[in-house]
Design a protein around this ligand. Structure first.
Ligand code: AMP
Ligand code: MN
Ligand code: MN
Ligand code: MN
Length: 277
């Protein structure tokens, strides 16, 4: 059986590994099929393919992306898999999202400045280099400035909804992301449904709307997750006629989150990859 990991990040967004390091690590960890799904960018796909070829790795790369969308007051992430990286609709949408990221980063910097943290925008940009500036970059800058002891603490105190450094999102809506992914020949996957801090009533509403709008699959299996959550999500996917996906959402090496680790679907779940040629 092939090992699929269909959600991870490189330093083209907020991961810390280069695509060379990422694909080599995936192969080391026994991953057979890896989707690179950086936030709002597909710029890493071609370099990742080149890295696999250069290192002669036995690894299949799936062209992916993780698009930030807004739905009610939530930021919902939609993963696109098997996308055509040349598709004009998708590249245009990602360019808009990147523009929004840049504008938001300036505002985050201004808010943090008012809270007494200097030059966070400049430092986050420097850290991101050519990559998409994300809140994770601001979190690293704030950590270095001693704002809190842990990454989680930084998000809780400064960067999550309702806090000083949080700027409400202007991301595209879910339907726009689903349509762009479909037009690029890909499948759309509702990312990490259990991580949105919403009640089950809202979660059902979200999954129902995602399916109704033409979404293809949802993530059911993640690296760190209780078995009952996996079962619950699998059942929710089946109820809504959605295929199932799995991914580590790896950003950097941690003892408890690793590429390919603990990824399997509950029985009776159809993997999104089963529809691939
Ligand atoms: P952005 O897409 O710029 O809003 O940044 C969101 C990213 O920040 C996510 O993809 C995660 O990598 C990271 N993140 C968000 N919330 C947390 C959290 N509570 N703890 C750690 N990382 C987080
Ligand atoms: Mn991230
Ligand atoms: Mn995400
Ligand atoms: Mn992710």
């Amino acid at each position: 059986m092939l090992k699929y990991d269909l959600h991870c990040h490189s330093n083209f967004s907020d991961g810390t590994l280069s695509v060379d390091e990422l694909v080599s690590r995936a192969a080391d960890k026994g991953v057979d099929v890896l989707a690179l799904t950086d936030h709002d960018t597909i710029a890493g796909i071609a370099p990742a393919r080149a890295a696999i070829a250069a290192q002669a790795l036995d690894l299949e790369l799936v062209a992916g992306v993780e698009i930030s969308t807004r739905w009610h007051s939530f930021e919902i992430h939609i993963v696109g898999l098997q996308v055509d990286t040349q598709a004009p609709g998708l590249t245009a949408l990602l360019a808009e999202q990147q523009q929004k990221r840049s504008e938001r980063a300036i505002k985050i910097g201004e808010r943090l400045q008012k809270a007494g943290f200097e030059n966070t925008y400049e430092q986050a940009c420097e850290l991101a280099a050519e990559a998409q500036v994300t809140r994770a970059h601001f979190a690293r800058v704030l950590m270095a400035q001693g704002a809190a002891k842990t990454f989680q603490g930084i998000f809780k105190k400064y960067l999550s909804r309702g806090n000083t450094g949080y700027v409400p999102s202007t991301w595209c809506d879910m339907h726009t992301a689903i349509k762009a992914i479909a037009a690029a020949g890909g499948q759309s996957v509702l990312a990490h449904p259990a991580r949105y801090k919403m009640s089950n009533k809202w979660l059902r509403k979200l999954v129902n709307e995602f399916a109704t709008l033409g979404g293809d699959a949802m993530e059911v299996a993640q690296t760190q997750q209780a078995p009952c959550e996996r079962q619950f999500l699998g059942q929710l996917a089946r109820e809504h006629g959605l295929l199932c996906s799995q991914g580590s959402d790896f950003h950097f090496p941690l003892p408890y989150i690793e590429l390919g680790k603990n990824l399997y679907l509950p029985k009776d779940c159809e993997g999104v990859w089963q529809r691939w040629q």
